[in-house]
Design a protein around this ligand. Structure first.
Ligand code: FAD
Length: 141
């Protein structure tokens, strides 16, 4: 039988790394998260999230903050130049009744929300310009 995993190193302080850290901590796994970028900033402006992406949001602590700072709906409207609505495309939720099917949020807001929850989960978050190139990280079990 394979040995149980009780310690994980995540090299990525972006959305994926933080979402993975939160999920692993829920299972009591010791997580160290390394981020190369000293500013730990999220590039770009907005982030549109639909369908499967929204399944990650029901993490404890994430959804309330997420709903406060995002624009959420269960459909997307298309308008023509005169301002008339031309179409409404349904985006039904696949993540549960209380989770909308479509959301848009500023990247900096999403990064801050995830960072707060990741920190609160007990993940050891480390900003380190040497990132995964540190000699001690290479020998991580
Ligand atoms: C222009 C643009 C628009 C997009 N719009 C959307 C959208 O609307 N909706 C959507 O769902 N997705 C969108 N995406 C995709 C989305 O941004 C990515 O899927 C998401 O950011 C991936 O997250 P990630 O954590 O895997 O990678 P990243 O966000 O790239 O994060 C990786 C992190 O790892 C760090 N890192 C790299 N190497 C090392 C190392 N050696 N040691 C330590 N740390 C390291 C980096 O500094 C970075 O912070 C868009 C992408 C782009 C480029």
């Amino acid at each position: 039988m394979a040995a149980p995993i009780n310690k994980v190193l995540i090299i990525d302080g972006g959305f994926s790394g933080m979402a993975a850290a939160i999920e692993l901590r829920k299972h009591g796994i010791d997580v160290e998260l390394l981020e190369l970028n000293q500013d730990w900033r999220s590039y770009g402006a907005g982030n549109n999230m639909a369908g499967a992406s929204m399944c990650v949001q029901p993490q404890p602590g994430v959804m309330d903050a997420f709903m406060e700072e995002s624009a959420a709906s269960n459909s997307v409207d298309g308008y023509i130049a005169t301002g008339c609505r031309a179409a409404r495309l349904p985006t039904p939720s696949i993540a549960g009744h209380d989770v909308p099917g479509d959301c848009a949020i500023m990247r900096a807001s999403l990064a801050r929300i995830l960072a707060d929850v990741t920190r609160a989960s007990g993940t050891h978050m480390r900003r380190d310009a040497d990132g995964a190139r540190r000699p001690d990280s290479r020998s991580y079990p």
